[in-house]
Design a protein around this ligand. Sequence first.
Ligand SMILES: *Cc1c(COP(=O)(O)O)cnc(C)c1O
Length: 457
Amino acid sequence: MVNLINYYSTNLNSPKVSFREALLKGIAPDRGLYMPEVIPQISMAEIDTFSSMEYYEIAYNIIKKFLHTEMEDEILFALVKDAYNFEVPLEKVYGNKYIMRLDQGPTASFKDFAARFMGRSINHYLKKENRNLVILTATSGDTGSAIANAFYGLESIKVIVLYPEKEVTLRQRKQMTTLGKNIQIISIDGKFDDCQALVKTAFSDKDLDHLNLSSANSINIGRLVPQIVYYFYAFAKLRKGKNDDKIVFSVPSGNFGDMMGGVLAMKMGLPVDKFIISTNSNDEFPVLLRTQKYHKIEPSKNCISSAMNVGHPSNLSRLVALYGGVMDEKGNIEKQPDYELMNRDIFAVSVDDETTRKTIKETYNKYGTLLEPHGAVGWSGVNKWLENNEKHEKKLVVSLETAHPAKFPEEINRILDIDPELPDSLKGLDDKPEQIFKIENDYSSFKQFLITSNLNN
Ligand SMILES: *Cc1c(COP(=O)(O)O)cnc(C)c1O
């Protein structure tokens, strides 16, 4: 009989909870992030069995270790089979250097992996308990569409997404506004920060308690656990023999949820040689590893890898916790982590826009590998790590591509003079009718909308 895993708050001032509770709560009462108290282990023998499995079967075996008896085996199996019904291509660039394309889901971003598991598992618990929930999310583009698509059609959940009217691309907007059913999209005449402020005010408004508002942003542990899976998948599928006993991953990072999936995989027993963590010019993390001093970047810098324009990554407190330290939600380090160990596991590098563009061009011309800006930041990190290190040349390296190039047609066209082919998921969007609610940029209008729009039916 295995013991249930409890989840503790990184601020160490909240009661420990079950996976279900951590999932439905999102954030701990002391504003810390939930982490598993014990990290389940996987043996090499078990990892070897993954090499002949489908992606969803690997997902089942890994996620099960975090949920134990909190979800029946058959239900979890059906859930991941339904969530992961798309390809996860491992594309050779040269030698044993690969790109893992995490961009084949319904919104063509890696956020689909997390959002699809999270939506289905939340819905499972709500149905069982006969409860309803309203998910409120502010988006600057990618998160809103991944959440809206993942929660689309789930009976127990309504989703409301707020976006800044003038700050999302047409393609991003249509990915949200053409869905309908339980998805309501609100355009705000303001900035992303205004949307976020409206959402936050609603969460703390007692008049709205009866609506059961919740959030689906990347601090939820339910978004982290599914991001462990593809690291195991890549290793199991690519390992060819004794030369590949260890693997190197390059992860283009913003809020560090993706990287946390990888680090958790390593702590579970995946033989990782190194994580190359590449940021854009928002370089607070590479600076932290180099100087052991943390300074957030406010306001964050605008780079072409826009989903990574994060000046204070919330998942950093989880990484610090895994290395024995304590960092609160504001970024104050109350107990230093083991930097020596961190620097052994992680090579952190910052990549500017000029290098990102150059990498897109070179990788395409030299190898025929098409990258978009986020994936190109990751690949630039691989180049930097290989520089001056001949002994790295033979190593098995996998760099993550986190979005489909067709999501950034303007930039790709400017650099390469080609138009990336649309994946099926993005086709036909242009002709579908949109439904958008337009709301003034003030809280009383938003509150009025929430109260009168029959959310609990
Ligand atoms: C969100 C996002 C990232 C950053 O992932 P984090 O988990 O926040 O580090 C990278 N690329 C794309 C395309 C994204 O949408």
